[in-house]
Each structure stands twice: as structure tokens, then as C-alpha cells.
Design a binder for this molecule. Structure first.
Ligand SMILES: Cc1cc2nc3c(=O)[nH]c(=O)nc-3n(C[C@H](O)[C@H](O)[C@H](O)COP(=O)(O)OP(=O)(O)OC[C@H]3O[C@@H](n4cnc5c(N)ncnc54)[C@H](O)[C@@H]3O)c2cc1C
Length: 291
């Protein structure tokens, strides 16, 4: 989140002063960042954002609340998505660099999740927070465009993680089935086991090639939203399928938390939801097809 998603916003859209002020501490890890888009009433539909930032002299007055924010507890600096013009639709959305110690900014509890136990996820509240004018990130009214420009990198980052996780689960399962005995032989010796693992291995290889191609496109600055959405959709669906099939091959032990496949099963589920749900990925891809 910090390295691949939030800090790049400051690198791309930050002023020289903002970069000097924040990036050195972001690099050392003294300052952890988060990005706050989602609200209790607006997730997939970003334009439904209700958080507002109203210019008042040298400050914007920020009001609203966010939820499900990764690094919410640890973050010392949060990129907040807010409406600077509630009548302008997506053109009324702006981004702000909000320091966590500003009066009126409070954090809810660390939310209890199905998986990703090591990652903190929180609600954030803003009540008349005075955000200095110079903490506007980029230009006013261009927040939605910045988000659309940076989401492909976020989605690719999720895809890379999905492929890596899928491969790790597969490898752990190959090892487990070679050890585990049933009916006087190993679970790996059953044709069902071999065929399942072979199918998953082939699918992971194909997903990896597509993801590598997307990485090349990103490095050439040519990764478009549709291509990145396909990567996110394909790889995260696959990760969940791999986790499910591999858990099955572990039998009851696969349902036990001490086994990596059990934790991988819990951790993989969110991949189809955050970074834009996989239904939203299909929406983006189908819009392009129907053009
Ligand atoms: C662990 C975790 C970490 C997260 N980290 C962050 C973070 O750091 N920053 C942040 O801003 N957000 C974060 N999120 C929020 C995440 O991005 C949202 O949960 C996600 O975008 C979905 O929004 P929602 O939960 O409001 O679901 P909703 O938008 O209410 O969607 C509910 C269901 O309706 C479907 N749906 C919605 N619209 C359509 C449509 N047009 N067509 C078809 N189906 C549709 C969705 O696909 C979904 O299945 C995180 C969430 C979690 C759980």
C-alpha cells in the first residue's frame, strides 16, 4: 500500500514542497501513508463520495468519514478523497494530504477481518479538520482523473500478489500431497490430485505471463485501465480458485489455521473485493467491448 500505491501519488502529483516535506520520511518508514477513498455509503461508486472540503481562507475545512482504510491505524499521512464541488460530479473531486495529528481527525478501531490479520484496516473521521491550502494534492477538481490514472498500477500490484500467492499455495500443496498418506499410498499418487494440480499450474503460468506483460506496459507508461482490470480480474479469481482447490487437497488439515493453505484461503478472498471489485473490473472491460 505504502510503496506501490500511496507514495507514488505524491511522486506524480505532489508539489516540490510536498515532496521535500514528506518523501524522505516516507522512504525511511518514519511516515506511513494511506489512501482514503471508500466511505460507509460509497465504495464502488466513488462519485458518491460525501466527504467535503470547503475552502475557507488559507485552509480547506474537511468533513466526512471513511472506512476500510488500509494502514488506517499506522498512517501519519492520509491521501483523502473529498468533494470540493458537490455539484460538479467527478470534476468536483480533489485529493488532500491530511496529517493524522490535525485537530478534528480521529481514527476508529482496527477492524476485525476474515484474513490479512497483519494489516490494519480502519475507519477515519474528519470533523471540521483545517487542512492547509498547500496540502491540496495536484489541482483542485482533478482528483478523479488522478485516481483513474493510478488505479491501473494498484490493480497490477494486486495481480502480481495474486500470481505469487497462487504459486506459493500450489507449491505447498504439491509438497503436502507427496507426504500425506491415504489408502496405503500418497495423496499425490491419485490421478485426481495430479490433474487438479496440473490444471492449476497451467493457469498460473498463463496468468503470470499476462501479468509480466502488464508490468512491461507499466514500465513503458502504457498500462491502460482495461488491460490492468483484466489482470486484476483474471489473477484474483485464479488465486481464490487455487486456494479453494488446494485446501480441498489438504482435507481437514486444510481447514486448520496452523496450515498455510488455511490462512491463504482466508487472505485470498479480499483480492476480489478491494482495488475495485471484480464486478467493477467486468464493467470496465465490457464498456470497452460495447463501445
Ligand atoms: C481489507 C480491505 C482493505 C481495503 N483498503 C482500502 C483502502 O486502503 N482505501 C480505500 O479507499 N478502500 C479500501 N477498501 C475498500 C474497498 O476498495 C471497497 O470495499 C470496494 O471498492 C467495494 O466497495 P464496497 O465495500 O462499498 O462495496 P459496494 O460498492 O457496496 O458493492 C457491493 C456489491 O455490489 C457490487 N456492485 C457495485 N456496483 C456494481 C455495478 N455497477 N455492477 C455490478 N455490481 C456492482 C460489488 O461488486 C459488490 O459485489 C478496502 C476494503 C477491505 C475489505
Amino acid at each position: 500500500m505504502h510503496n506501490d500505491i500511496t507514495v507514488p501519488y505524491i511522486v506524480r502529483y505532489g508539489s516540490e514542497e510536498q515532496k521535500q516535506k514528506y518523501l524522505p520520511r516516507c522512504t525511511t518508514g518514519e511516515l506511513i501513508t494511506a489512501i482514503a477513498m471508500t466511505e460507509p455509503g460509497a465504495g464502488s461508486d466513488l462519485q458518491g463520495t460525501n466527504t467535503t472540503a470547503v475552502l475557507d481562507g488559507d485552509h480547506y475545512i474537511l468533513n466526512g468519514s471513511k472506512t476500510f482504510i488500509t494502514n488506517g491505524q499506522k498512517a501519519g499521512l492520509v491521501i483523502v478523497v473529498a468533494k470540493t464541488d458537490t455539484t460538479a460530479g467527478s470534476k468536483g473531486i480533489s485529493l488532500f494530504l491530511v496529517e493524522a495529528d490535525l485537530p478534528g481527525f480521529s481514527k476508529g478501531k482496527n477492524l476485525t477481518k476474515l484474513g490479512l490479520k497483519a494489516q490494519d484496516t480502519s475507519e477515519l473521521f474528519f470533523q471540521d479538520v483545517k487542512v492547509p491550502k498547500e496540502n491540496l494534492l495536484g489541482e483542485e477538481g482533478r482528483g478523479f482523473i488522478y485516481l483513474m490514472q493510478d488505479l491501473p498500477q494498484e490493480r497490477l500490484s494486486i495481480a502480481v500478489g495474486a500470481v505469487a500467492n497462487a504459486r506459493a499455495i500450489l507449491e505447498a500443496t504439491v509438497a503436502y500431497t507427496k507426504e500425506r498418506k491415504a489408502f496405503g499410498t500418497t495423496v499425490a499418487s491419485f490421478q485426481n490430485t495430479q490433474f487438479k494440480l496440473a490444471e492449476l499450474s497451467a493457469e498460473i503460468d498463463c496468468a503470470e505471463v499476462y501479468t509480466d506483460r502488464c508490468t512491461e506496459l507499466l514500465l513503458e507508461d502504457n498500462l491502460d485501465t482495461v488491460t490492468a482490470s483484466k489482470a486484476k480480474l483474471l489473477t484474483t479469481d485464479l488465486q481464490c480458485k487455487v486456494a479453494d482447490e488446494c485446501l480441498q487437497l489438504h482435507g481437514g488439515w486444510g481447514y486448520m489455521w496452523e496450515y498455510p493453505v488455511c490462512r491463504a484461503f482466508a487472505d485470498s478472498r479480499i483480492q476480489r473485493i478491494y482495488g475495485g471489485t471484480n464486478e467493477i473490473m467486468k464493467l470496465i472491460i465490457s464498456r470497452e467491448l460495447m463501445k
